[in-house]
Design a protein around this ligand. Sequence first.
Ligand SMILES: [Zn+2]
Length: 129
Amino acid sequence: MTITHLEKKIKAIKNKIFQLGPMLPGSLKKQWNVCGKKQCKCKDPKNPKKHGPYYQLSFSIKGKSSTLFVKEKNVPEIKKRIKRFKIFKQLSNELIASYVQLVRKQFQNSTDLGDNHSDSEHLEPKIKS
Ligand SMILES: [Zn+2]
Protein backbone atom coordinates (compact mmCIF):
# COMPACT_ATOMS: atom_id res chain seq x y z
CA MET A 1 0.00 0.00 0.00
CA THR A 2 1.31 3.44 -0.90
CA ILE A 3 1.29 6.45 1.41
CA THR A 4 -1.56 7.96 -0.60
CA HIS A 5 -3.58 4.77 -0.23
CA LEU A 6 -2.93 4.70 3.46
CA GLU A 7 -3.92 8.32 3.87
CA LYS A 8 -7.16 7.63 2.01
CA LYS A 9 -7.82 4.63 4.22
CA ILE A 10 -7.18 6.71 7.35
CA LYS A 11 -9.55 9.40 6.13
CA ALA A 12 -12.25 6.81 5.43
CA ILE A 13 -11.91 5.27 8.89
CA LYS A 14 -12.06 8.70 10.53
CA ASN A 15 -15.22 9.49 8.55
CA LYS A 16 -16.84 6.27 9.72
CA ILE A 17 -15.97 7.08 13.33
CA PHE A 18 -17.25 10.61 12.89
CA GLN A 19 -20.57 9.33 11.56
CA LEU A 20 -21.21 6.86 14.36
CA GLY A 21 -24.15 7.88 16.48
CA PRO A 22 -24.39 7.69 20.26
CA MET A 23 -22.65 4.71 21.79
CA LEU A 24 -22.39 2.94 25.11
CA PRO A 25 -19.85 0.68 26.74
CA GLY A 26 -20.58 -2.51 28.60
CA SER A 27 -23.17 -5.22 28.38
CA LEU A 28 -26.86 -5.43 29.04
CA LYS A 29 -28.21 -8.05 31.41
CA LYS A 30 -31.72 -9.19 32.10
CA GLN A 31 -32.60 -9.80 35.73
CA TRP A 32 -35.41 -10.87 37.98
CA ASN A 33 -35.44 -9.63 41.55
CA VAL A 34 -36.86 -10.53 44.92
CA CYS A 35 -38.19 -7.59 46.90
CA GLY A 36 -38.27 -6.71 50.58
CA LYS A 37 -42.01 -7.19 51.20
CA LYS A 38 -42.84 -10.10 53.46
CA GLN A 39 -45.86 -11.51 51.68
CA CYS A 40 -45.15 -10.88 48.06
CA LYS A 41 -45.67 -13.11 45.06
CA CYS A 42 -41.89 -13.16 44.64
CA LYS A 43 -41.59 -15.12 47.90
CA ASP A 44 -44.43 -17.54 47.40
CA PRO A 45 -43.06 -20.86 48.70
CA LYS A 46 -44.83 -22.91 46.03
CA ASN A 47 -44.80 -20.74 42.96
CA PRO A 48 -42.52 -17.72 43.42
CA LYS A 49 -42.83 -15.06 40.77
CA LYS A 50 -39.87 -12.76 40.81
CA HIS A 51 -40.14 -9.14 39.73
CA GLY A 52 -38.87 -8.19 36.35
CA PRO A 53 -37.42 -8.46 33.93
CA TYR A 54 -35.12 -5.58 34.74
CA TYR A 55 -32.41 -4.56 32.37
CA GLN A 56 -29.11 -3.43 33.67
CA LEU A 57 -26.15 -2.06 31.76
CA SER A 58 -22.80 -2.80 33.40
CA PHE A 59 -19.66 -1.08 32.27
CA SER A 60 -16.46 0.38 33.56
CA ILE A 61 -14.92 3.72 32.73
CA LYS A 62 -11.41 4.66 33.82
CA GLY A 63 -11.29 1.52 35.92
CA LYS A 64 -14.46 2.37 37.79
CA SER A 65 -17.41 0.06 37.29
CA SER A 66 -20.96 1.35 37.14
CA THR A 67 -24.42 0.22 36.28
CA LEU A 68 -27.40 1.84 34.69
CA PHE A 69 -30.96 0.60 34.83
CA VAL A 70 -32.65 0.50 31.48
CA LYS A 71 -36.38 0.55 30.84
CA GLU A 72 -37.68 -2.27 28.71
CA LYS A 73 -38.90 0.11 26.00
CA ASN A 74 -35.36 1.52 25.68
CA VAL A 75 -33.66 -1.85 25.33
CA PRO A 76 -33.52 -1.85 21.48
CA GLU A 77 -31.90 1.60 21.38
CA ILE A 78 -29.45 0.73 24.17
CA LYS A 79 -28.47 -2.43 22.28
CA LYS A 80 -27.83 -0.37 19.16
CA ARG A 81 -25.55 1.96 21.11
CA ILE A 82 -23.62 -0.94 22.61
CA LYS A 83 -23.12 -2.34 19.11
CA ARG A 84 -21.88 1.03 17.89
CA PHE A 85 -19.27 1.09 20.61
CA LYS A 86 -17.98 -2.28 19.40
CA ILE A 87 -17.75 -0.89 15.88
CA PHE A 88 -16.00 2.17 17.28
CA LYS A 89 -13.38 0.00 18.97
CA GLN A 90 -12.79 -1.99 15.76
CA LEU A 91 -12.44 1.21 13.78
CA SER A 92 -10.03 2.79 16.24
CA ASN A 93 -7.89 -0.35 16.15
CA GLU A 94 -7.86 -0.16 12.36
CA LEU A 95 -7.04 3.53 12.51
CA ILE A 96 -4.10 3.13 14.84
CA ALA A 97 -2.81 0.15 12.84
CA SER A 98 -2.96 2.30 9.70
CA TYR A 99 -1.07 5.10 11.39
CA VAL A 100 1.65 2.62 12.35
CA GLN A 101 1.81 1.40 8.74
CA LEU A 102 1.98 5.02 7.63
CA VAL A 103 4.87 5.92 9.88
CA ARG A 104 6.72 2.84 8.62
CA LYS A 105 6.23 4.00 5.03
CA GLN A 106 7.08 7.61 5.77
CA PHE A 107 10.23 6.91 7.74
CA GLN A 108 11.38 3.68 6.20
CA ASN A 109 14.59 5.27 4.90
CA SER A 110 15.33 7.20 8.02
CA THR A 111 17.91 5.92 10.45
CA ASP A 112 16.20 6.99 13.63
CA LEU A 113 12.99 5.09 12.97
CA GLY A 114 13.89 2.19 10.74
CA ASP A 115 12.64 -1.35 10.41
CA ASN A 116 16.13 -2.74 10.96
CA HIS A 117 15.96 -2.43 14.70
CA SER A 118 13.84 -4.61 16.90
CA ASP A 119 10.33 -3.90 15.83
CA SER A 120 8.58 -2.77 18.94
CA GLU A 121 11.13 -0.60 20.72
CA HIS A 122 10.58 2.68 18.96
CA LEU A 123 6.91 2.63 18.14
CA GLU A 124 5.31 0.76 20.97
CA PRO A 125 7.00 0.99 24.33
CA LYS A 126 6.06 -2.02 26.39
CA ILE A 127 3.50 -1.32 29.04
CA LYS A 128 4.25 -2.87 32.37
CA SER A 129 1.15 -4.16 34.06
ZN1 LIG B 1 -41.78 -8.99 45.69
